[in-house]
Design a protein around this ligand. Structure first.
Ligand SMILES: [Zn+2]
Length: 276
């Protein structure tokens, strides 16, 4: 599932078309991505220009007027693509915004993604701070740990109200860099290194995934498509799903199990489970 860096990269696929007017719109009305917003409601975007866009965690917001925004979630398999103005609809293209220069396409073959419309000035005013925001302070991290003392570390990291945008690969990377077992209750976690590591992995993901892939040709998230650059071999990222993958620090074969409902990889030698 795309995490904050992949989502930001997806958002940037459409950003060269800020200022372009929507001259036509096509939908697959029966697609499950319209479960929060009936497809015909999107007709309101026709004739308007895409003004700006931003991402927050795993969400993207495309603004067409001060009080009109299209929010898109990619879910498991969603992607934003750019096609020619006469782009022919592919089976899994559920939303196409036509401009004079290009077709902006939301494609999602598993349809866990979703779209919604907002008609107020800042629909995201109440969202929690992202790890890369200055409001993701040590005081905030302390408060989160105190609020959920028995929660396993990995579950806290995956909670979108706590760490918006962090998903499975980033959570495993953070636990590995902290030297802590992903299942350790957060009451046993020191808030200062936790915050530092969350931010290190977040800024690293934005650098290695978002920045380094920006401008690459866009055809999807799978290897060889728009994410062609990945974090370096010194990151757990490159080893966690490899058959016989080894810890990049100590060469111990990586352990794998389900923790916080997600398949998790860790190093049983580097990552401890402190008793207090
Ligand atoms: Zn190790």
């Amino acid at each position: 599932m795309p995490e904050l860096a992949e989502v930001e990269l997806a958002r940037r696929q459409w950003s060269p078309f800020h200022g372009n007017r929507i001259v036509g719109l096509e939908t697959h009305p029966a697609a499950r991505i319209y479960r929060d917003c009936p497809a015909p409601a999107l007709r309101v975007l026709e004739g308007l220009s895409l003004q700006t866009s931003r991402s927050h965690g795993k969400r993207m917001l495309f603004t067409f007027a001060p009080e009109l925004h299209l929010e898109i979630h990619l879910g498991m398999s969603g992607k934003l693509l750019v096609g020619l103005p006469d782009h022919a609809l592919h089976k899994h293209d559920h939303l196409v915004l036509r401009t004079q220069q290009a077709s902006l396409v939301f494609n999602d073959y598993r349809m866990f993604g979703r779209v919604m419309l907002h008609d107020r000035a800042d629909p995201w005013a109440d969202l929690p701070p992202q790890p890369q925001d200055s409001r993701f302070s040590l005081a905030r991290v302390r408060k989160l740990l105190a609020r959920y003392p028995n929660k396993p570390l990995k579950a806290l990291l995956l909670d979108q109200n706590t760490c918006p945008g962090i998903g499975n690969w980033m959570a495993d990377e953070i636990c590995w860099r902290l030297g802590l077992h992903p299942g350790v209750p957060v009451s046993r976690v020191d808030p200062s290194p936790l915050r530092r590591t969350i931010r290190f992995v977040t800024f690293g993901a934005l650098k290695h995934v978002t920045e380094k892939n920006a401008g690459a040709s866009s055809s999807g998230f799978a290897p060889g498509s728009y994410v062609t650059q990945v974090p370096p071999k010194s990151w757990l990222f490159q080893h966690r799903w490899k058959k016989g993958g080894l810890c990049p620090k100590c060469r111990t074969p990586l352990a794998r199990d389900t923790i916080a409902t997600r398949t998790t990889a860790w190093c049983s030698s580097c990552q401890i489970f402190p008793s207090t």
